[in-house]
Design a protein around this ligand. Structure first.
Ligand code: ADP
Length: 268
């Protein structure tokens, strides 16, 4: 498992970038980032290629996807279908080659790196397969991290982190280190951390991928509770039994999105 600390961790990859960013200033609460009633995610004609010119390899093709506030969507596809590429674009960790992406009404193509990172911090809570908790920090400190440089006073950070942990059923584990927690508990800490700034979007990449079936089911129950309380969730998975927990399911095959009816005729 890749574990990152602020000072010693290797800085590469999209997850490391997100971990760096949770320690950057957060200038506005997420609620201010989303315009009233606009979709949280609006992708129009998104294409993504790697490489340039004659060497360009097209990966995503003409993706249209809208996620409304309060939706719980799963994007399901086999390995190599383009899930991570799409997640990177939705999570503003990468930009499309062409097409339009509005995140809570903001056109991400108009933003530079700093603007993208600020929008991402305000708007998206990430949950990863491997939890990405800081190993030397307690559960409470991990959850408090996104608030650290956000101008949130220390006592409030501590209170809000504790509340977030109570919310995910870990009120009796606030002082535990990640090594003292089970996989399912670690993922619940990660979910508390993702939600503590009240993001407009919870973006989860294979959130049960490192868990046994029973722990995975508990995480799915927690997602259901978050959804019931109004959270907007996009979950990426290759497992049908996990995808079925979402309220809407779209499929990705060879970089194209399909509804369940459409995917029937598409070869695996
Ligand atoms: P998934 O997450 O569904 O396994 P990916 O989005 O990681 O799929 O990859 C989709 C396709 O894009 C794969 O064929 C992969 O080899 C290719 N790909 C991913 N990243 C790069 C890259 N940086 N350069 C070139 N091709 C890439």
């Amino acid at each position: 498992m890749e574990l990152l600390t602020p000072s010693s961790a290797p800085r590469h990859g999209r997850h490391a970038r997100v971990m760096e960013e949770v320690t950057q200033p957060v200038t506005a609460p997420a609620s201010q980032a989303s315009s009233d009633n606009c979709p949280v995610v609006s992708l129009r004609g998104i294409n993504k290629s790697y490489g340039e010119g004659a060497l360009a390899v097209p990966i995503l093709h003409d993706i249209d996807l809208q996620v409304e506030q309060g939706e719980y969507l799963a994007i399901m596809g086999p390995s190599g279908s383009g899930k991570s590429t799409l997640m990177n674009i939705v999570g503003c960790l990468d930009v499309a080659t062409s097409g339009t992406y509005l995140l809570s009404g903001t056109d991400v193509s108009q933003l530079d790196d700093e603007g993208l990172s600020r929008l991402r911090n305000r708007t998206i809570g990430f949950v990863f397969q491997n939890f990405n908790l800081l190993p030397r920090e307690t559960a409470q400190e991990n959850v408090a991290l996104p608030m650290l440089y956000g101008g949130v006073p220390r006592s409030e950070r501590i209170d809000r982190a504790r509340e977030a942990l109570e919310h995910v059923g870990l009120g009796d584990r606030v002082d535990f280190l990640p090594t003292q927690l089970s996989g399912g508990q670690k993922q619940r800490v990660a979910i508390a951390r993702a939600m503590v700034m009240k993001p407009s979007l919870l973006l989860a990449d294979e959130p049960t991928g490192a868990l046994d079936t029973a722990s995975g089911e508990q995480i799915m129950e927690l997602f259901q509770e978050l959804s019931d309380s109004g959270a907007t969730i996009v979950m990426i998975t290759h497992e049908r039994s996990i995808a079925d927990h979402a309220h809407r399911l779209v499929f990705i095959r060879d970089g194209r999105l399909y509804t369940s009816e459409e995917v029937e005729g598409v070869a695996e």
